[in-house]
Ligand binder design. Sequence first.
Ligand SMILES: CSC[C@H]1O[C@@H](n2cnc3c(O)ncnc32)[C@H](O)[C@@H]1O
Ligand SMILES: [Zn+2]
Length: 441
Amino acid sequence: MQTELLIHANWMLPVDSRDSTLEHHSIAVDRGRIAAVLPRAEAETQIQAAQTVELPGHVLIPGLVNAHTHSPMTLLRGLADDLPLMTWLHEHIWPAEGRWVDTEFVADGTRLAALEMLRGGVTCFNDMYFYPEVTARVAAEAGMRVLAGMIVVDFPTRYAETADEYLHRGLELHDQYREHTLVRPAFAPHSPYAVSDAPLERVRTLADELEVPIHIHLHETRDEIQQSLRDHGQRPLARLDRMGMLGPQLVAIHMTQLEDAEIERLASTGSHVVHCPESNLKLASGFCPVARLLEAGVNVALGTDGAASNNDLDLLAEMRTAALLAKGVAGSASAVPATAALRMATLNGARALGLDDEIGSLEQGKAADIVALDLGSHSHQPLYNVCSQLVYTAASHRVSQVWVHGRQVIRDSHPLTLDEPGVIAAARDWQQRIRPAGESG
Ligand SMILES: CSC[C@H]1O[C@@H](n2cnc3c(O)ncnc32)[C@H](O)[C@@H]1O
Ligand SMILES: [Zn+2]
């Protein structure tokens, strides 16, 4: 077989049905797709490749899927820390966004986010922010896969005035990207507390028609539940259920407040949950009952949330936090083992975003979104269990090579599609504008 690329590595975690760890295997890549996964000895006799990459001491994993973020918010990283959600949003973040967010902010912030995510092995992200057409363009230029959120909120911003205008702009984005390899549109109404019934119902109808996911913050805090009971006489999930929004298209972000019947309802409708443990911890929002959700059969993916509440976009670190936190929350050391955490950060993310036929595992026919991490250093010795090393020990600076749809975007830990010094300079420039040096927070 002739292929464009052949990658040899010591280990591979393909995220298959058996949670296998493959030793001395190779991946053949052709026209953006995985042409074969096979033992190295067979690859050497069967594959003629235009390019061969040798990765001794490395593990290959599927590209990580950040299933919830606000990529341009990298430019607000550290602007307001150690606050609860509503104080953080109302007194700091929304005023800053009102003043600074424009197309240039979104372009520079998305570039900074793409750099951080690619360097950390994230190849696909699900985004919710103003000017999603800019995020889509910049992500595609960086060679990243993105679900660009067609956002809706009740309040006017520079981006759009009314719910109709938000939807109109979103639908233009949908038309622009309907055939793109790397960009997919998704609806992204902010939350049940920031979007009223009529636009939510419109989103539900359009999402059915266009067959795209609905990505929404949901049950993030106890206050959100109390406010919904006061304003609507229902918990937010029940309100969405009344509007027919539960189902395989629903991607519910956070879900820290859940009753048993709600877990059952999420499972029976095939709704997805995205767990953002570090953001939930930092804002003291609550604990998502991940082990109970998984046990009930709910698909649970992982997200970082934005860099203003996390304060990074490091999905490897998020995997570790998710695995550790789940044990504390469930009171069981066997809750969310390393294999489950890796699955949440890859295949479960792909499934939540409707991309599991395309990405999320290293299998023949899927897109070649592949990440290599170097496990040769002192901190990875001795190496009894590769998945354990990846989840409990590895840090993002161990990511050495990244391919997205067969295109190499990180080589020997250096970005190939982004001008790193330029991206950093732009971020420093924004800092000077937003809070000049010498001014305190
Ligand atoms: C409509 S664009 C997205 C909007 O969401 C805000 N945001 C960022 N993180 C969170 C969070 O954890 N909960 C609720 N809202 C969040 C962001 O600042 C944008 O305004
Ligand atoms: Zn969020």
